[in-house]
Design a protein around this ligand. Structure first.
Ligand SMILES: *[C@@H]1O[C@H](CO)[C@@H](O)[C@H](O)[C@H]1NC(C)=O
Ligand SMILES: *[C@@H]1O[C@H](CO)[C@@H](O)[C@H](O)[C@H]1NC(C)=O
Ligand SMILES: *[C@@H]1O[C@H](CO)[C@@H](O)[C@H](O)[C@H]1NC(C)=O
Ligand SMILES: *[C@@H]1O[C@H](CO)[C@@H](O)[C@H](O)[C@H]1NC(C)=O
Length: 502
């Protein structure tokens, strides 16, 4: 379904290029203008240079980082990829309290990467969803002062023209009293704050960033109409749940959600602020609504809209949309749910999880040059019993230091029997510990095998070998030491546990 729209977008682009060649050549060549979130909370992060190539190979011209991750930023230098750089919530307090702290942050985390490494930083994102209700107001008084101090620091550093400020907000900063987007307004308890913040952004060339998650809408409400969470296929009849708003029919929750914000902004005379989408996507595991088929359906609908440039009824041009996420992150907090580690369009190793058509119907291409650990897995010994009394503690321990979120009910490995279940946990730990000696020795209950224990959709992974191809900037020796010291920590803990428990 994507190729038709994509081809039409391409045809228009070609026609325009022929008519206005000069204008077009002056712009950076970025076919579809795809953008993605690059989170780095993985136990074995895909190396920066490989990730940057993955982005470029798939037409991603923009990337968002949640913090100034040195390896990622260095890899992005001179890559032609535009960067939105996050200032984490933990830094809001110091940066709000002192212009000097803001200047130091800009100096160390923005200026240095722009000038020394040639990173094309276009935006700094101050805080991440700081007005979320669940933060109970903790960041509310800090955010605008932090934005003001960073803006002043950017001016002082001579970067204010190139680098703009924004604040990524969650969709719970606005609401609609009657469910119609045109009735949109800011959440009552933060209306004044929102107006002041957006006014400041508007006056300083900034933009507003909003994170919209149809998946979470669906997941939170068992009565949420499934079809309304997705973009309708071209030509398909609108879903039963479509919302009539005046003479506009909203056929999906993304359009309705985004336009609710636009209506709120217009209500307060702030309709001129550009609004981009900072996060949107669909996870593939760890939840009953998270699977590859649904993620493919949602993201293909989204990509088709991005490629076609088709916005919402109130803002007909599609804004920049940062897909969440580029890669899975197996060390993210599971507080929001087990799905939190499975948002990637790509697996942890840069292989596509499902077919996704880009402009012209071209599918996603995998990362190149990834090196893996040896082709071996850690499993429950065939002659050991999965009901051995020591198993419970061993599995709990393995899962504490590795990612077992695929084992839950309704997840990709939720259907394993008790034996497979234990093996999965053992292997996750073994891979997380770089297959190091001693990391497959769960009190004589485990053994290494070279036969892939994967069953159907449940994949027993081999981890990436990050030691052998770490990024530029570190010597091989430093990388080896860094790799070893982490593993040693884990193994030290294993030793401690073995001594204590057995
Ligand atoms: C994984 O996350 C925990 C908790 O945030 C953190 O303490 C730890 O350093 C992380 N491990 C790695 C290898 O990044
Ligand atoms: C630069 O960013 C890193 C990562 O967010 C942070 O730990 C560090 O404190 C920042 N530097 C300054 C001076 O704020
Ligand atoms: C598999 O392991 C998970 C995590 O330890 C547990 O919640 C689940 O009940 C186990 N299932 C079976 C069949 O043993
Ligand atoms: C390990 O277990 C096997 C069978 O389960 C047993 O034959 C062997 O003696 C055990 N080894 C140790 C060191 O306990």
């Amino acid at each position: 379904m994507g190729s038709c729209l994509a081809l039409r977008a391409l045809a228009v682009a070609v026609w325009v290029a022929a008519a206005y060649p000069v204008v077009f050549r002056a712009r950076p060549v970025q076919a579809a203008g795809l953008a993605a979130n690059w989170g780095t909370r993985a136990l074995h992060p895909l190396p920066g240079d490989i990730t940057v190539r993955l982005l470029r190979d798939n037409g991603f011209g923009k990337v968002k980082l949640f913090e100034a991750d040195a390896a990622a930023l260095q890899a992005l230098g001179h890559s032609g990829i535009q960067v939105m750089l996050g200032l984490p919530n933990e830094l809001l307090a110091p940066v709000a309290a002192s212009v000097n702290a803001a200047e130091q942050w800009v100096l160390q985390n923005v200026s240095s990467y722009v000038s020394r490494y040639g990173v094309d930083i276009r935006y700094v994102a101050i805080g991440n969803e700081p007005f979320l209700k669940s933060y109970k107001g903790k960041f509310e008084s800090l955010t605008l002062p932090a934005v003001q101090n960073v803006q002043a620091a950017l001016v002082k550093a001579g970067l204010a023209r190139q680098v703009r400020v924004t604040v990524p907000l969650n969709a719970d900063v606005y609401e609609s009293s009657d469910g119609r987007p045109s009735s949109g307004d800011f959440r009552a308890d933060i209306t004044g704050l929102m107006v002041s913040l957006v006014r400041f952004l508007l006056d300083n060339g900034g933009i507003l960033t909003i994170n919209i998650y149809p998946f979470l809408s669906l997941d939170a409400d068992p009565n949420f109409p499934v079809d309304y969470a997705f973009f309708p296929s071209p030509g398909a009849p609108p879903s039963q749940a479509s919302v009539q708003d005046g003479n506009v029919l909203y056929t999906n929750v993304f359009d309705a959600n985004y336009d609710t914000l636009i209506a709120a902004l217009e209500k307060h005379g702030l309709g001129a602020i550009p609004v981009i989408v900072g996060e949107i996507g669909w996870p593939t595991d760890g939840d009953r609504n998270a699977n590859a088929a649904s993620a493919m359906r949602f993201n293909q609908g989204l990509f088709d809209r991005i490629i076609a440039g088709k916005g919402t009824p109130r803002r007909p041009t599609m804004p920049d949309v940062y897909v969440f996420a580029l890669l899975d992150e197996d060390n993210k907090s599971t507080d929001p749910g087990n799905f939190e580690r499975h948002w990637g369009v790509f697996n942890y190793d840069g292989t596509p999880k499902y077919r996704l058509n880009l402009a012209g119907g071209r599918p996603l291409v995998p990362a190149k040059g990834v090196r893996y650990l040896s082709k071996q897995w850690c499993v429950l010994r065939p002659d050991a019993s999965p009901t051995d009394p020591a198993i419970g503690g061993a599995v709990e321990y393995a899962c504490q230091y590795s990612d077992c979120t695929s084992l839950g009910a309704g997840s990709s490995c939720g259907g394993l029997d008790a034996r497979g279940n234990v093996s999965y946990a053992f292997n996750q730990f073994f891979q997380a510990a770089n297959q190091q000696k001693g990391s497959c020795s769960f009190n004589n209950l485990s053994v290494i095998t070279t036969t892939d224990p994967s069953q159907g959709a449940c994949r027993f992974h081999i981890q990436i070998d990050t030691g052998r191809h770490e990024l530029t900037g570190k010597s091989d020796a430093a990388v080896r030491v860094a790799g070893l010291s982490w593993s040693a920590t884990v193994l030290g803990l294993v030793g401690g546990l073995v001594a204590a428990a057995w």
